[in-house]
Ligand binder design. Structure first.
Ligand code: UT7
Length: 315
């Protein structure tokens, strides 16, 4: 019997300390007006002593609780992150240890697109019958990476984590993931990158990233629709990577999609890199937006450049 996967649980976690745009303007040459007009961001959450593994564990545990799946039935944990606490072992192994379970656990590195890449490997493992329940976490703490004196970059980011549990269902079930599509373009690798390990700060060609983000996220949704012989009119919700409201609006414009059906949560948490999609999904669930049978198109783009999409029917 052929299998596919569906999202059985979602959760997210933001550290309690909030830094508003006005707070930032006290120590870097910027303003609430500039940040809000250019990005739509109002505030970000910053970890005070909580590690990448702490944040990942919290959202993973809540996602498992929300899924109703017995924790001992989790077969694997995949953590997408660019901000690990140590070079090894993987953050995912700490999450497994804190959860008290033995299962395969590894990290993947695809920056802001990492959560979509995580869905891709977990979905494939379930389709192949290798796994029944896989936790996919997106977690990043850019607060420890950015140069807080560089106004070009520090205003954009925040810390957070989000997780889903992907569970196995039958091919004929009327819900679940239709497809995932992932892409990279290494010739753009230097346009958005951290400084060498040990150095604080990151290099970003903001305008090039902006342009590429709009086209790549838009095209990845169009590819997913074509692959599944579906039309954008069938899509109920687009859940895009939350980096900049102007980018999100431009993606909606590029694919000719109504902004009322695009999930936006970045005003509350800024760009949390791999965590933005599950954070946005969790906020939409709290707002009772997703109904059974809704078609969701998730898309993200980030450093690499790497990007991708996931098309699914909500259970
Ligand atoms: O997940 C991917 C992560 N990265 C991104 O998503 C970044 C994508 N790019 C962007 O979001 C936008 O390019 C930015 C928000 C980064 C910048 O917006 P922009 O409209 O492209 O602004 P700009 O680069 O043209 O900068 C305009 C001005 C510059 O001043 P001058 O040279 O015109 O005098 C900057 O120095 O704004 C200045 N500026 C700031 N001013 C106040 C740059 N950052 C700030 C700041 N506060 N924080």
């Amino acid at each position: 019997m052929l299998k596919k996967s569906y999202i059985s649980g979602v959760a997210s976690y933001l550290p309690s300390k909030v830094i508003t745009n006005d707070d930032l303007a006290k120590f870097v040459d910027t303003s609430d007006e500039w940040i809000f007009q250019r990005t739509g961001i109002k505030q970000r959450h910053i970890s005070e002593g909580e590690s990448c593994a702490d944040l990942a564990y919290k959202s993973a545990k809540m996602a498992i609780d929300n899924s109703g799946i017995d924790i001992n039935d989790i077969d694997g944990i995949v953590v997408a992150t660019a901000t690990t606490d140590v070079r090894f072992p993987a953050v995912a192994t700490y999450v497994a240890g804190r959860l008290g379970i033995d299962c395969y656990a590894y990290d993947i590195s695809a920056a802001c697109a990492g959560f979509i890449f995580g869905l891709n490997v977990a979905d494939n493992a379930i389709k192949l019958g290798q796994s029944k329940n896989v936790v996919v976490v997106g977690v990043d703490l850019f607060s420890k990476l950015v140069d807080w004196k560089d106004r070009n970059t520090c205003v954009l980011f925040g810390d957070g984590s989000g997780a889903v549990v992907l569970s196995s269902c039958e091919e004929e079930d009327d819900y679940g993931i239709f497809s995932t599509h992932i892409y990279s373009s290494g010739k753009n690798a230097d346009l958005l990158k951290s400084y060498e390990i040990g150095k604080i700060g990151l290099h970003m060609n903001g305008k090039a990233v902006y342009k590429f983000a709009v086209k790549s996220m838009g095209d990845s949704i169009i590819d997913a629709l074509k692959y599944n012989n579906m039309d954008k009119k069938q899509v109920d919700w687009v859940v895009p990577h939350q980096a900049n409201l102007r980018i999100i609006e431009s993606v909606a414009n590029y694919i000719d999609f109504d902004m009322d059906k695009v999930i936006v949560s970045l005003q509350n948490h800024a760009n949390t890199s791999a965590a933005t999609i599950p954070l946005a999904m969790d906020s939409a669930i709290r707002d009772n937006k997703f109904k059974s049978g809704d078609i969701l198109a998730l898309t993200a783009m980030g450093s690499g450049f790497s990007w991708g999409s996931c098309l699914l029917k909500w259970k």
